[in-house]
Design a protein around this ligand. Structure first.
Ligand code: GTP
Ligand code: MG
Length: 380
């Protein structure tokens, strides 16, 4: 076996599902009083939906999260009507809502190519304004991925995702012993005694090659992006799509699901994920579970025992691993409490992240404002 890449664990908890940006339209250009010339308007800022873009890419590419547009040209003897300043386009993922900092909705980007004006350029100077230009619109905006549910059920076909949703919530998705029973997401709510609710999205099954759109992979993987956390569901007895495709053990299905997500968008691996090992009521399950546990104990080493086409570059770091039986009810009360625990853990990570970001910003502000602007007189 040839080993070319080292497998590593992806840190979870840093998936970006919202981001705040500072946007400023360009100022207008000066008018020309002597000849009645109009200054050009300032450029506008547009959010433009583009497939494949993620909020994390915006954050990484523009760490200061500021966007400004071009200034309008002044009116001159050569060009009495000044040119408009250049517009700025910010590419954003499809499926986001854009709000002002105080929560007012500016609009949504729902399909490829949708455009939204988020900061208007200022007017150029005209007779009306005494030939003086106005400044561009300035505001803080917030982009939020429109999530469909707290958890998305990710698994090969027939793993028992719909059965699990049925057992945990009041939803009634179709269940059948053949693959691809579920073709569109169905949302169920898990209810807790204190009336707290957590939503689970039952998603269609993924197969090997989903990232290159096999088995409508792209359509299905798209939904995985729209959930806060993931729940991998694997059949303890493994999976085989057809007699002419390879049989995959439960551990291989964990690796393959990871690989499909990674090849589609590797950022998805940074979502927190619970691993649910299903069908534990089957007689052969305990033996398979022992084997799977041994592999999971050292995922990195174990993954090297498998053919290269099965191994992802990085591994999922599961927040919890739990064996259950969706049909016999085994392990479900514990799973229910782990679902909630995992969300609460993420909230803590998120608030800590926000706190340190605020602290960093404050430190930057203090360090620039505390530099004294006066000069010390030199002792003579
Ligand atoms: N023995 C056993 N069978 C189960 C269990 N959970 C699900 N099944 C069976 O597995 C088959 C597939 O179940 P589904 O819930 O439809 O599986 P799915 O993952 O939603 O499948 P797709 O929608 O095709 O991706 C059905 O025949 C279920 O009755 C379980 O815990 N134990
Ligand atoms: Mg299903």
């Amino acid at each position: 076996m040839v080993w070319t890449s080292r497998v590593y664990f992806r840190k979870y908890g840093n998936f970006v599902d919202n981001i705040r940006l500072y946007v400023r339209g360009g100022s207008g250009g000066m008018g020309l009083p002597r000849l009645g010339g109009h200054g050009g308007n300032g450029g506008d800022i547009w959010m433009v939906a583009r497939k494949g873009t993620t909020l994390k890419q915006i954050k990484d590419k523009h760490p200061n999260k500021r966007f400004t547009a071009g200034v309008g040209s002044n009116s001159s003897i050569h060009a009495l009507r000044g040119n408009k300043g250049e517009d700025t386009q910010v590419f954003a993922p499809v499926g986001i809502s854009v709000t002002t900092d105080d929560g007012r909705i500016i609009g949504e980007l729902n399909s490829e190519g949708d455009r939204l004006l988020v900061a208007k350029g200022g007017h150029g100077g005209t007779l009306h304004s005494g030939f003086l230009p106005s400044k561009g619109q300035t505001r803080q905006i917030r982009l939020d991925l429109k999530l469909i549910a707290d958890f998305g059920l990710v698994g090969f076909p027939n793993a028992g995702k719909s059965s699990l949703l049925t057992a945990l919530s009041h939803a009634k998705p179709r269940i059948a012993s053949f693959p691809f029973t579920t073709l569109r997401p169905e949302i169920g709510k898990v209810m807790y005694d204190d009336h707290k609710q957590v939503s689970l999205a039952d998603l269609p099954g993924l197969i090997e090659g989903a990232h290159v759109n096999k088995g409508m992979g792209h359509k299905f993987l798209k939904h995985v992006e729209r959930t806060k956390q993931l729940m991998f569901v694997v059949d303890i007895c493994g999976f085989q799509l057809a007699s002419n495709t390879p049989f995959r053990s439960a551990f291989e299905t964990v690796l393959l699901l990871t690989k499909e997500l990674e090849l589609y968008k590797d950022e998805l691996l940074s979502k927190p994920a619970i691993l649910v090992i299903n069908k534990m009521d089957l007689p052969e399950a305990p033996g398979h579970l022992r084997e799977l546990e041994a592999y999971l104990e050292n995922q990195e080493e174990s993954s090297r025992l498998f053919p290269e086409d099965v191994i992802p570059k990085s591994l999922m770091c599961f927040t919890h691993i739990i064996p259950v039986s969706a049909t016999a009810g085994l392990g479900l009360p514990l799973l229910k409490s782990l679902i909630r625990q995992s969300l609460e853990e993420e909230d803590i990570i998120e608030t800590e992240g926000q706190r340190s970001e605020r602290l960093l910003k404050l430190r930057r502000e203090i360090s620039t404002s505390s530099i004294p602007s006066w000069k010390f007189s030199q002792p003579t």
